[in-house]
Write a protein that binds this ligand. Structure first.
Ligand code: ATP
Ligand code: MG
Length: 212
């Protein structure tokens, strides 16, 4: 992945959105688009996980499928880019390493914003190197229906007040959609139309993903 040449590093605001994306869905896309606008991001880089450290390998689709579905989903948005940085790694990637990669190689000099759902950001408190991470980027924590932002605000205050200024809370239109929900529907042969962009829906059908 490289940035379009017309942009000089150092002037860019870049959002990073990591995820398993198994599959990517409109919840991810609405989140990225809202963050792009609210934080004047030049690009949002989607980073499908290779071997997600927190998820059981057996239950996750091959990285190449998840990567291609992410490409299909963002094709029509010139501000959205997909990175292979985690997919190409043999070992599980930790967010701290990915953020370091972007500060040194992927987007040196850019202002980095790590976009994550309120559920996923709570995991940051368990990262051993999170204070180093704090200095490398700003976090955008977005609401998910079952994870209200007030709860997150209270938790941050209690658990690590020093993180408060580094986390921006972003309310997005509530979409009670998850990849788990889509996988379950696909396994039952239920329609997944409009929950994910059409090319992704077609890709899932063509490759028979999520069939029992
Ligand atoms: P799964 O059900 O497999 O865990 P997921 O829908 O949570 O999938 P992930 O790939 O785990 O998707 O999530 C990537 C990022 O997107 C996480 O930061 C997650 O919090 C966020 N996210 C996922 N779905 C939504 C949604 N509907 N609204 C807001 N954020 C979301
Ligand atoms: Mg998840």
């Amino acid at each position: 992945m490289s940035l379009p040449p017309s942009h000089k590093p150092g002037q860019l605001n870049i959002g990073l959105m990591g995820g398993t994306f198994d599959p990517i869905h409109i919840g991810h896309l609405v989140t990225a688009e809202e963050a792009r606008q609210q934080f004047s991001l030049d690009y949002v880089i989607f980073i499908p996980a290779g071997l997600p450290p927190h998820k059981d390998k057996e239950q996750v689709s091959p990285a190449e499928h998840r990567y291609l579905m992410t490409i299909l989903a963002v094709m029509s948005n010139p501000s959205f880019i997909v990175s292979r940085v985690e997919v190409d790694k043999k070992e599980p990637s930790y967010t701290i390493d990915t953020i370091r990669y972007f500060t040194t190689h992927g987007a040196p000099g850019a202002n980095l914003f790590f976009i994550t759902g309120a559920d996923a950001i709570l995991e940051i408190f368990t990262w051993k190197d999170y204070s180093a991470l704090m200095n490398q980027c700003t976090f955008i924590a977005v609401s998910r229906p079952e994870y209200p932002l007030e709860k997150l605000g209270e938790m941050t205050e209690k658990l690590c007040p020093e993180m408060k200024s580094k986390i921006h809370l972003l309310e997005i239109p509530a979409l009670a959609i998850s990849s788990t929900f889509i996988r379950k529907r696909a396994a039952l042969g239920k329609t997944i139309k409009y929950l994910t962009p059409e090319p992704v829906e077609q890709y899932i059908k063509k490759h028979g993903l999520y069939k029992k």
